[in-house]
Design a protein around this ligand. Structure first.
Ligand SMILES: NC(=O)c1ccc[n+]([C@@H]2O[C@H](COP(=O)([O-])OP(=O)(O)OC[C@H]3O[C@@H](n4cnc5c(N)ncnc54)[C@H](OP(=O)(O)O)[C@@H]3O)[C@@H](O)[C@H]2O)c1
Length: 194
């Protein structure tokens, strides 16, 4: 049976590479839903995946907007009828010493939280009934910065620690449902994130 996998942040970096590798390994056995803001890049990744025999749906999504997260899940189910895995990978980085940040600039701390934490929470909440139906998988891409706080990373680490706590607690809540929750803590990966 074809498995449906949603990947957020699939236009570039780790998310795009996960899409390519899933298509390469599973071909026609996987239906991929690729989400991010840059539709041109998403379509390039989609074309590469289709050459491996995978079905692909591209959904332009800004995960910092709850309605767009919910629409992503609705469109995925409308197209493929099921969700087997949700990979919450979309994320942005930031670097600054907290004492150098001006009061009027603190808003970007909030924006980072909306993308890295809330985007994952909204997508997961919308997908959960469908994942329960398939006893599916949730993946959260946190970071080593979600385990250790280092200088210059107050904003980024706060979002990734929040992801760590949210998904750890969710894993225990979902144990009996058969839905698994996996958190990844990458170190430094060569992408455009910096
Ligand atoms: N690279 C590393 O060293 C490293 C280390 C630890 C953890 N991570 C984590 O790994 C994940 C992927 O990072 P990466 O290194 O692959 O970064 P990347 O190459 O910059 O890719 C980030 C992806 O997230 C998407 N994205 C950013 N803001 C978005 C938004 N508001 N809505 C939807 N999608 C959004 C981007 O697409 P659009 O711009 O098209 O929206 C892009 O597809 C992130 O969560 C990051 O925190 C990376």
């Amino acid at each position: 049976m074809t498995q449906t996998v949603i990947i957020t942040g699939a236009s570039d970096g780790i998310g795009a590479e996960m899409a390519r590798q899933l298509a390469q390994q599973q071909g026609a056995q996987v239906a991929l839903v690729l989400a991010a803001r840059n539709e041109t890049l998403l379509n390039q990744v989609a074309d590469e995946c289709r050459t491996q025999g995978s079905q692909v749906l591209v959904v332009r999504t800004d995960v910092s907007d709850e309605a767009q997260c919910r629409a992503l899940i609705e469109r995925s189910v409308a197209q493929f009828g099921r969700i087997d895995a949700l990979i919450n990978n979309a994320g942005v980085s930031a670097q600054a010493l907290f004492s150098d940040v001006k009061a009027q600039d603190l808003g970007w701390y909030e924006n980072l939280m909306r993308i890295n934490l809330w985007g994952s929470v909204w997508c997961t909440h919308a997908a959960l009934p469908h994942l329960k139906a398939t006893r599916g998988q949730i993946v959260a891409v946190s970071s080593l910065a979600g385990l250790v706080g280092v200088p210059g990373r107050t904003a980024y680490s706060a979002t990734k620690f929040a992801m760590t706590g949210f998904f750890e607690a969710l894993r225990t809540e979902l144990r009996a449902s058969g839905v698994s929750v996996t958190t990844a803590y990458p170190g430094v990966v060569a992408t455009q994130i910096r």
